[in-house]
Each structure stands twice: as C-alpha cells, then as structure tokens.
Design a protein. Structure first.
Length: 102
C-alpha cells in the first residue's frame, strides 16, 4: 500500500473507531468520496471499516456475501482505496484536516 492509500486507510479507520475525533465536515466529505465508487464497492468499504454507524463485517463475511475468495475481496478493497486516494476529493479532505490521515 503506497503512502497516499495508507493515509486514506488511516483516516477511514479513525472515522470508524473514533468518529467524534473527525470534524463533521470531513466525515460528510468522506460520505461523498465513497459515492464515487460503484454501489457494491461502496457497501463493501462501509462494511469493512464499519463506517457511519454500519456494523463492521469481517473480510470473510464480506467476501462470502459476494461469492469471492478472501484474497480477491481484499484486492478489491485495496483497489477501491487506491482509486479514491488519487482523487481530488480525497486531496481536499486531506488538506482540510491533515492530521486525520496520519
């Protein structure tokens, strides 16, 4: 995972585990960021991290619900994160709250 993708991963983990530590505006922008993905991929990311009050599901649960191997599901999640990490939208979120992606 490259540094840009890792910063998005860190932000999503923080948003899931400590939502009060993320400014409301950044959380709101994160919702819009995820909508750049196809709905199925957006649902997988939300479930994987347990975002926005959704139950966090294990990789195996998410993979099974999509009839994929765990490794294939993880590769898909990684690919989604990479696609989002290079968007101007993620760069705006990072610029607004630079410490959140660390």
């Amino acid at each position: 995972m490259d540094a840009l993708t890792a910063s998005l991963n860190t932000f999503l983990v923080r948003l899931a585990l400590q939502p009060a530590s993320v400014p409301h505006e950044a959380a709101h922008h994160a919702e819009h960021l995820l909508r750049l993905l196809p709905p199925d991929d957006e649902e997988a990311i939300v479930a994987y991290y347990g975002l926005f009050g959704a139950d966090q599901l294990s990789l195996a649960e998410i993979a099974r619900s999509r009839s994929l191997a765990d490794e294939d599901m993880m590769a898909r999640i990684d690919s989604c994160l990479r696609r989002l990490a290079v968007t101007p939208e993620w760069q705006v979120i990072r610029a607004e709250a630079p410490k959140l992606g660390e």
